[in-house]
Design a protein around this ligand. Structure first.
Ligand SMILES: Nc1ncnc2c1ncn2[C@@H]1O[C@H](COP(=O)(O)OP(=O)(O)OP(=O)(O)O)[C@@H](O)[C@H]1O
Length: 638
């Protein structure tokens, strides 16, 4: 009995048994509908930072074939170049790598968009939104990846089937999470979830980078069994693996052995052991052949010609009959392609065009949905923040009870409340937003590069998902402090003050988004944002008369929304006030009786109110446009 029997795994196959001939015919028919991937003269280079010069080579002129219906494994020691080769074949290398060579699908040259639409790629490191549950994650991924015309019912059925296939049905409502806890997924379960995610689109070609890492041997065996079953449906499955057990090794149809970026063998598994034996490296009996092959290739000792063993084997393989067989397969693919009539060619390449993507608004909806779940479930983002705000508002408001009056002391108290309203609604959201995008950058890059959504949709969704929280937060804070302190008690002034505060909090969030995308990490963003904030705070009104600002800093008044907010709120409190009492006046200082004089004292002008609001809006859009541009740049080039 083969060790990877299906009934040991999560789900049984209930297909009717067939006789051998029928099975062979069926297999051949399925294969002919699949995609045979072939590549030649494929090299991968590392580029320097400016992408002008090559600074190293990871893959050196390799060739190979991965047939539909086969499970092909790229095997080699750690650092041999397995992931680099697979990423190159899948068109998933980062912009720091340059891929040179020919990659063909059924003999036709392919490009990145073909690969993105026809292949799935399971990365070595899983990146999930940890606050989502398994089912929420799968629904999100299905809506973003699956053909837009697929019915919700069919998607639901598919998800249920996949959950059963990968043994996660009982964990469907568990959060993905992090750490070791039975309320979140384990490392192995995350791998299975990543696998199920790739199967959502039923890709013609499936790439998996180290799918068995972190799995116990039973789960690893089951996963490989599922890969085989998937391949048997006429799919092309390629995975990298660096330490397969004998059972897993024996279940591969073909292997590609990689050493130092070169191919030491590519072909059926039993031929690999024979080839090594023919070169003088006989696998001992009862020894795991995979361990043996990898150990031989990783040995640093030299052969009789003072050549490294890996180099000698790679040279020998490139002159071997098996290698020539690969060349013949490559040529055969080319001929098949030439014999195809134009309609078939069109058909082959038009397959992916037929997939209808979800409309922008639907994708935006799903992105906002995901961001909302995150915001709602991450207490550090919302609940604690709101609670903290309420406490601060009550404490601050209580300090001002009875002091905000139309008298000489009241002038200072009113400006104090305005300072707290502005600074609290400016600095807090600015720093709270700073970590949001850098934390998600790896996920964003990955999803953007697979074509799930454009960067601007992500950015808009991120900003929109923050708005409800920001509104609740700012309105709560401002209302508590406004009424406790006793600022002007009429609906119009209160409403306009809330509008100014809403603008302040939104511009500050936009500023936080810009700094986080411009500098890419929280410590670096903080390093630049703190001095910038100091300048904004010093020049916001209460500390310095605007007219006395030194010439070199005077430009700040155009970009400081803190200043515009202070001015607008001060205007709302003092505009039209003619009866400021002199009762509490210091006998040595002149008494101020007019609101207009209070405004002049800070170099504010009541005619500026509308302009302040407009300028805040302009600054809001400028920060977001710059923030988006920086994010787009990071996704494209890093
Ligand atoms: N983007 C890159 N820039 C520079 N060097 C890289 C890059 N990606 C990989 N390398 C280097 O190329 C070599 C091969 O890396 P690769 O990840 O392909 O190996 P691997 O065989 O998959 O190893 P592992 O099993 O440990 O994942 C390593 O030395 C790695 O440091």
């Amino acid at each position: 009995m083969h060790i990877l029997e299906e009934n040991q795994c999560f789900r049984k196959n209930n297909d009717d048994p067939m006789d051998d001939k029928e099975e062979e015919e069926e297999e051949e028919a399925i294969r002919s509908r699949g995609v045979t991937l072939s590549w030649k003269d494929l090299s991968v280079y590392v580029m320097d930072r400016g992408r002008r010069n090559v600074s190293g080579q990871l893959i050196d002129n390799v060739r190979g074939v991965a047939k539909s219906g086969d499970l092909t494994a790229i095997i080699g020691a750690s650092g041999a170049g397995k992931s680099s080769l697979m990423a190159a074949l899948a068109f998933r290398t980062g912009p720091e790598l340059l891929v040179h060579g020919t990659i063909r699908a059924n003999g036709l040259p392919v490009d990145s968009s073909y690969m993105m639409r026809n292949s799935g790629y399971m990365h070595q490191e899983d990146i999930f939104v940890e606050t989502m549950t398994v089912i929420e994650h799968l629904w999100f991924m299905a809506r973003m990846k699956v053909d837009g015309r697929t019915r919700m019912l069919d998607i639901g059925e598919k998800i249920d089937r996949l959950l059963e296939d990968v043994g996660l049905t009982s964990r469907r409502d568990v959060r993905i999470g992090s750490g070791v806890d039975d309320r979140v997924l384990s490392g192995g379960e995350k791998k299975r979830l990543a696998f199920a995610t790739e199967l959502l689109t039923d890709p013609k070609i499936l790439f998996l980078d180290e799918p068995t890492t972190g799995q116990d041997s039973h789960s690893a065996n089951c996963l490989v069994f599922q890969l085989k079953s998937f391949a048997a449906k006429g799919r092309t499955v390629l995975c990298t693996i660096h330490q397969p057990s004998s059972a897993i090794f024996n279940s591969f149809n073909r292997i590609i052995l990689i050493a130092e970026g070169r191919v030491a063998f590519a072909g059926p598994i039993d031929e690999a052991v024979e080839f090594f034996a023919s070169q003088g490296y006989e696998c001992p009996r009862n020894y795991n052949p995979a361990d043996f092959l990898i150990t031989v290739l990783a040995t640093n000792s030299k052969s009789e010609n003072n050549e490294k063993i890996a180099e000698k084997l790679c040279d020998a393989f490139s002159n071997s009959e098996t290698s020539r067989e690969i060349d013949r397969m490559f040529e055969k693919q080319l001929q098949t392609r030439h014999s195809l009539n134009p309609t078939s060619k069109l058909h082959l390449h038009a397959e992916f065009v037929r997939k209808k993507e979800l409309r922008y608004f639907s994708r935006l909806y799903w992105l906002i949905y995901r961001d909302f779940l995150q915001v709602m479930r991450d207490p550090s983002i919302q609940v604690i923040r709101i609670f903290q705000k309420v406490i601060v508002a009550i404490i601050a408001g209580l300090c001002f009870v009875g002091s905000v009056n139309f008298d000489q002391y009241g002038i200072q108290a009113t400006q104090g409340v305005i300072f707290i309203l502005v600074s609290e609604n400016a600095f807090f959201p600015m720093y709270a937003t700073l970590a949001l995008i850098p934390e998600e950058l790896p996920l964003l890059r990955r999803e953007y590069r697979t074509g799930m959504y454009p960067v601007y949709l992500y950015y808009i969704a991120r900003v929109l998902s923050l708005i409800p929280g920001l509104i609740i937060e700012s309105l709560l804070f401002a209302s508590i402090i406004y009424w406790l302190a006793g600022l002007r008690a009429n609906v119009e002034t209160f409403g306009s003050s809330l509008l100014v505060i809403l603008l302040t909090i939104n511009v500050s969030t936009a500023c936080g988004c810009f700094f986080s995308t411009a500098f890419g990490s929280v410590p670096l963003s903080m390093a630049y944002l703190v001095p910038f904030d100091y300048v904004l705070m010093i020049t916001m009104g209460p500390f310095l008369k605007l007219g006395s600002l030194p010439l070199y800093i005077r430009w700040v008044k155009y970009i400081s929304w803190l200043l515009h907010a202070s001015e607008a709120l001060t205007i709302l409190q003092w505009n039209g006030v003619h009866n400021i009492s002199c009762e509490t006046a210091d006998s040595e200082l002149p008494c101020i009786t007019e609101g207009a004089v209070v405004l002049r004292r800070y170099d504010f002008d009541e005619a500026n109110f509308s302009m302040d609001l407009v300028l805040m809006l302009v600054i809001y859009f400028i920060f977001h446009i710059l923030g988006y541009a920086c994010l787009w740049n990071r996704c494209r080039w890093k």
